[in-house]
Design a binder for this molecule. Sequence first.
Ligand SMILES: *Cc1c(COP(=O)(O)O)cnc(C)c1O
Length: 394
Amino acid sequence: MANALAFLDDELRTLKTAGAYRWPRELHGEQAPVCEYDGREVINLCSNNYLGLANHPALKAAARRAIDEHGVGSGAVRTIAGNMAIHGELERRLAAFKRTDAALLYQSGFTANAGTVAALLGKGDVVVSDELNHASIIDGCRLSGAERKIFPHRNLDAARRCLEEARGARRVLVITDGVFSMDGDVAPLPQLCALAREYGAIMMVDDAHASGVMGAGGRGTVEHFGLHDRVDVQVGTLSKAWAGLGGYVAGSRSLIAYLMQRARPLLFSTSHPPSVAATALAALDLIERDDTLIARLWDNTAFFKSGLAALGFDTGASETPITPIMIGGEAEAMRFSDQLFEHGVFALGIAYPTVPRGKARVRTIVTAGHTRDDLSRALDACGAVGRAMGLLRG
Ligand SMILES: *Cc1c(COP(=O)(O)O)cnc(C)c1O
C-alpha cells in the first residue's frame, strides 16, 4: 500500500539536515529553579514560572481541596453544562485585580488571544499589529478574516501609517504584546493607546508576560503605564507567573457578554477542571497579599542582567526578567545552549523562524525562586562557554 504520509519523513529529513529538528528535553520531577532534565541536574532558565509558584504548597493544597469538593472535570463547554461557581469566582477576582468591570476565562492564553480577536473582527475590518506579536494573536487575525497591517517592531510612525491606510474600515483593532516574549522589551503602550484613540480604534494588549511581573502588584503593563481608561481589551495568562494553566480577557461588561456569545474556544471547548481554577485563585491570593515574590524576581533580574553585561554579552533591548543573550548565527546559538547544558545550565537556543534570521539567541528567564548562588553559577557557566566559543574577549 502506498504510504500517503511519506511526505512527513521527507519533511523531517529536511529539518534534520538544516539542524532545525527539535524534540523537548524531559523534565523529571517538579518544575523548579534547579531541576532534572534528561537525567542531569541543571539551573533552569527556561520556565515562565516567574514567581516560583509551580510547586507552592498553598497552590497544591488548593488544587487537592478543589478535587475533593468539586471533582476533576467541568462536564462540558460552559454554554452547555453551565459555569462552575469556582470559575465565576475566579473571573470576579481577576476583574478586580485588573481593575476592570468584568473578566472571562479561557482554556489558555493562546485561546484567549485567538478566540477574542476572531470574535471581535471580521471581513472588512483591519488589524494593526506589531510584527513580533505572539503567534496566538497572528492566528486570531487569520481566523477573523480581517485585513492585517503589520508594523515593524515598536515603530510608531509605521503604526500611524497603518492606521491612516485603515481609514474607512468598519472596525480597526490596534494590538500589541505588553512584554515581548523573545526580546523581553516593552511595548510603547502610551503612544499606541494615543494613536488608537486618535483613529477611533479598539486597543488590545496581551499581557501574558507582564501579569504577575510588571506594574504595581503585578497588574501588568496597563497598570505600569496607568492606561486603564485607554485599553479596551486586556489579555492575561494563568500559565506563566500564575504557574498553572489558562488565559483570560479583562474589560467591560459588554465585551465579556459579547465574547460569551461569540468566542469559539468558549462555545466549542470544555472549560478548565475546577482544580485549575482553584490553583489560580490561590496564586491570586498570594500575589495580592504582598509583593515580596515580585520584588525578589526583579532583584534577581537586575543581578543577572548586570552579570551578563559585565561579562560582555549583548542582551538586546530587554527591560524584564526575559533576557536574551544575542548570538547572531543559528548554529552558534544552538551550540551555546548545548554547551551551557553540559555546564549545568538549561537556557533555550532560539533561531529562525521563531526570531528573524541572523538574530538567533539564547533566551534566559530568571525567577523569584532562584538563589544568588544559582544565578552566580549560571553566570560563571555563561562566561566559560562564551569564552570557549570565542564570543567574549579575554
Ligand atoms: C505564552 C504566551 C501566550 C499563550 O499563553 P498560554 O497560556 O501559554 O497559552 C500568549 N501571548 C504571549 C505573549 C505569550 O508569551
